[in-house]
Design a protein around this ligand. Structure first.
Ligand code: ATP
Length: 251
C-alpha cells in the first residue's frame, strides 16, 4: 500500500465538552478525488479547518507527504502544497480576472522571479494567469472585473486562485453551496478537469456531484468516519443509509 498524501491519525477536537472530531483516522491517496460527506453538524468544517491549519487539534497527528504538519501554521502548509479554496473571500472585487490570478501567481513566485527583468517576469506571470483562467473555465472572462462575475464564476475564480499556488492537494469546502443547477454543473466540469493534476479533498452536500466526482468517499457522523469506499460501496452501505443517506439514494 502506498503512503497516503494526507494521513490523519487519532484526531480529536473539542469545543468545551463537545467532541467535534472524535479520534478520527483518514487517509487520502495521491491523485485521488476524495469526498467527505455527512449530516449537518457532523464536524466537516471543523475537520477541514484542522487540515488547512486554521484550527489546532487537541490530540492526534496530521501527516502530509510523510511530514508531520500538525503544528504548522496555515501559510507553511500552503508552501508545502496544501491549498484551500475559500468561498469568494480571497477575490479582489475591483480587479479583473487576469489581475486577480496574476497577483496570486506573483505571491507564489515573488522570490523566484527576482532574477528576471520585470517586463519578462510580468509577461510570464500574465501568460500563466491567462492559462489558469482557461483551466478554470474563465478564458472568455479574463478582462471582466471580478465584481461583475456571476456567483458561480466567482467560485471558479476562487479555485483558480488556489491553483495559482500550484498545490499538491486542493481542499474544497462546499464549493457548490448556494449555486443553481447550471452553475453546479460548470463547477463539476471544472473539478473533473482538475482531477489527475491535483489531489482533491472535497466537502460537499450535493450528493449528485459527490457521486459523480469522487473515487473515494468517507462518511462523517458525530466526528467519526463511519464508512469509506467507492461511490457504489457508500450507496449500498447499510450503516450509511441508516445514519445519513436515508431515502436520498436509490437502492
Ligand atoms: P454543517 O454541515 O452544518 O456546516 P459541519 O459538519 O461542518 O456542519 P461543524 O460546523 O464542524 O459541522 O460543527 C461540528 C459540531 O461542533 C457542531 O455540533 C457545532 O455546533 C459545533 N461547533 C462548531 N464550531 C464551534 C465553535 N466554534 N464552538 C463551539 N461549538 C462549535
Amino acid at each position: 500500500m502506498t503512503q497516503p498524501l494526507l494521513d490523519l491519525r487519532g484526531l480529536v477536537k473539542r469545543y468545551g465538552g463537545l467532541v467535534a472530531t472524535d479520534h478520527l483516522d483518514l487517509a487520502v491517496q495521491a491523485g485521488h478525488t476524495h469526498a467527505i460527506i455527512g449530516p449537518n453538524g457532523a464536524g466537516k468544517t471543523t475537520l477541514i479547518q484542522q487540515i488547512a491549519g486554521g484550527l489546532r487539534p487537541n490530540e492526534g497527528r496530521i501527516t502530509f507527504d510523510g511530514d508531520d504538519i500538525t503544528r504548522l501554521p496555515m501559510h507553511q502548509r500552503v508552501r508545502r502544497g496544501l491549498a484551500r479554496s475559500y468561498q469568494i473571500t480571497n477575490i479582489f472585487k475591483s480587479c479583473s480576472v487576469v489581475d486577480n490570478l496574476a497577483l496570486a501567481i506573483q505571491a507564489r513566485s515573488g522570490t523566484s522571479m527576482r532574477f528576471w527583468r520585470p517586463a519578462i517576469a510580468d509577461s510570464a506571470i500574465f501568460d500563466e494567469a491567462r492559462e489558469l483562467a482557461d483551466t478554470v473555465g474563465l478564458g472568455t472572462r479574463v478582462d471582466s472585473i471580478a465584481s461583475n462575475l456571476a456567483h458561480g464564476e466567482q467560485r471558479q475564480l476562487e479555485v483558480g486562485l488556489a491553483m495559482a499556488t500550484r498545490p499538491r492537494m486542493l481542499l474544497l469546502d462546499e464549493p457548490m453551496a448556494g449555486m443553481g443547477h447550471g452553475e453546479s454543473l460548470q463547477l463539476v466540469e471544472l473539478i473533473t478537469r482538475l482531477r489527475g493534476t491535483v489531489t482533491i479533498l472535497l466537502i460537499e452536500h450535493d450528493m449528485e456531484a459527490v457521486f459523480q466526482l469522487a473515487e473515494q468517499i468517507s462518511v462523517l457522523v458525530s466526528g467519526r468516519i463511519i464508512a469509506s469506499g467507492s461511490a457504489d460501496e457508500i450507496r449500498h452501505n447499510a450503516d450509511v443509509k441508516k445514519a445519513y443517506l436515508g431515502d436520498e439514494v436509490a437502492p
